[in-house]
Design a protein around this ligand. Structure first.
Ligand code: ARG
Length: 460
């Protein structure tokens, strides 16, 4: 049999393989409830402008409620022969309420319908993602506040550079996520625009009121141009770009968590419930969750590339290519939500091993810059100070001592500008406390930054 919703002009049935190849219902059923939400608004608007009677509208709304209930209870029978989620739902509605069901599609096309469904879907998912992102940021801020005094080595080139506080490091992560959060909320504005009314591509001859539909669906406004409305998926690409940047950040955090849980660093402990063991090595406790999050970045970058490539050569307006937007977008949504949940659950449970962090910072001559700055305050030119401290470090390496472990006489052997008070700047506590400005690592600054971050988060 030819397809019931467009078979009129066809003289032979669709090839069985082609029917399966072109069908999308196996994946686009994820849009089902948003499809119904869109249809409800469309029918309501059609009645408002007199294209449907109030009785027809009520029959449609009642029927759609029943269909929604069947879908939610898992009773709905999806048919590949009916191609996609839209025609499955419309066919079921018509089975239930008869000919009135066939009036729902008045003034509408699947082209503006699917574009609307994806936007409704993505808007809801963005709200879920935003809530998880906020929960993760909150966890980081609280942990940073608790660890504002904990000293660790800061790194450049993964070599010990200068001491920082663990809280400061965590707030660096928080800043990365704050920017991702902004990008997400900005993307939401462009998602939140109504395509419905564009119909297939040119608009419709019915006296529709797109402002009514937009308002019913909570969209900011109707899309300005019907060709653009059915065609572009840049909003999905934008979300996937956000997701790629977020996963890039989560991957960097993951990398550090993996390093820090190793026996060689031993800076933190992740509770057992976030780790797994080895089937052969009984002693192993592996940081699988951060490793997997690091790995998941790959598929999200892949989806970004898929969507960009999908869109790039399409002529206006709608093309069937766009059916391929769904799987990458859906998988991006799921991946982002899972990774954020994993991190938001795990971060508050991170246990800092403060003694190990401190010891590691003490070992790497991390206060060498402080000694140079001290000499500059005492009138030595910075380049000369750099050389003097370099020689002191070389001496420390030979003797196996840190700068703070040298005697005053030893240090004075390198510069007569050095005095008793040098030891105040050579301690790790002195070093971090001296970075006393906005954006600096001093514990006071970290606590103040945590407070500002908390306020910025609640102001969103
Ligand atoms: N399943 C299609 C999609 O995902 C729905 C729109 C199809 N429109 C059409 N004229 N074939 O894009």
């Amino acid at each position: 049999s030819t397809n019931q919703s467009w078979g009129g002009r066809f003289s032979e049935p669709t090839d069985a393989f082609v029917a399966r190849f072109t069908a999308s219902v196996d994946f686009d059923r994820r849009l089902a409830l948003h499809d119904i939400q869109g249809s409800r608004a469309h029918a309501t608007m059609l009645a408002r402008v007199g294209v449907l009677t109030e009785d027809e509208r009520d029959a449609i709304l009642g029927g759609l409620d029943e269909v929604a209930a069947e879908i939610e209870d898992g009773r709905f029978e999806w048919s590949v022969a009916l191609e996609d989620v839209h025609m499955n739902i419309e066919a079921r509605l018509t089975e239930k309420i008869g000919i009135t069901g066939k009036k729902l599609h008045t003034g509408r096309s699947r082209n503006d319908q699917v574009a609307t469904d994806i936007r409704l879907f993505l808007r809801d998912e963005i709200d879920t993602v935003a809530a998880e992102l906020a929960r993760l940021r909150e966890g980081l801020i609280e942990l940073a506040d608790r660890e504002a005094d904990t000293i660790m080595p800061g790194f450049t080139h993964l070599q010990t550079a200068q001491p920082v506080t663990f809280g400061h490091h965590l707030l660096a992560w928080q800043e990365m996520l704050a920017r991702d959060h902004e990008r997400l909320l900005d993307c939401r504005k462009r998602v939140n625009v109504l395509p419905l009314g564009a119909a297939a591509l040119a608009g419709t001859t019915y006296p529709i009121d797109r402002h009514v539909t937009a308002e019913l669906l909570g969209f900011e406004r109707p899309a300005e141009n019907s060709l653009d409305a059915v065609s572009d998926r840049d909003f999905a690409i934008e979300f996937t770009s956000f997701a790629s940047l977020l996963l890039m950040h989560l991957s960097r955090m993951s990398e550090e968590l993996v390093l820090w849980t190793s026996a060689q660093f031993d800076f933190i402990d992740l509770p057992d419930r976030f780790c797994t063991g080895s089937s052969i090595m009984p002693q192993k406790k592996n940081p699988d969750v951060p490793e997997l999050v690091r790995g998941k970045s790959g598929r999200v970058y892949g989806h970004l590339m898929s969507l960009l490539t999908l869109m790039k050569s399409q002529p206006l307006a709608y093309n069937k290519d766009n059916q391929e937007d769904k799987e990458p977008l859906f998988d991006t949504v799921t991946t982002v939500q899972d990774c954020l949940k994993a991190f938001a659950d795990m971060v508050p449970a991170i246990e800092a091993k403060a003694d190990n962090m401190f010891e590691a910072a003490r070992k790497g001559f991390s206060t060498a810059t402080d000694l140079a700055d001290y000499l500059v305050r005492r009138g030595v030119a910075f380049r000369d100070a750099h050389e003097i401290v370099g020689q002191s470090v070389a001496h420390g390496l030979r003797e196996g001592k840190d700068l703070s472990e040298m005697s005053l006489e030893e240090l004075q052997g390198f510069s007569s500008a050095i005095d008793e008070d040098v030891f105040e700047v050579l301690t790790l506590e002195g070093s971090v406390a001296a970075r006393q400005h906005i954006g600096g690592t001093a514990p006071d600054q970290v606590r103040a930054a945590a407070q500002r971050a908390r306020e910025a988060l609640t102001a969103l």
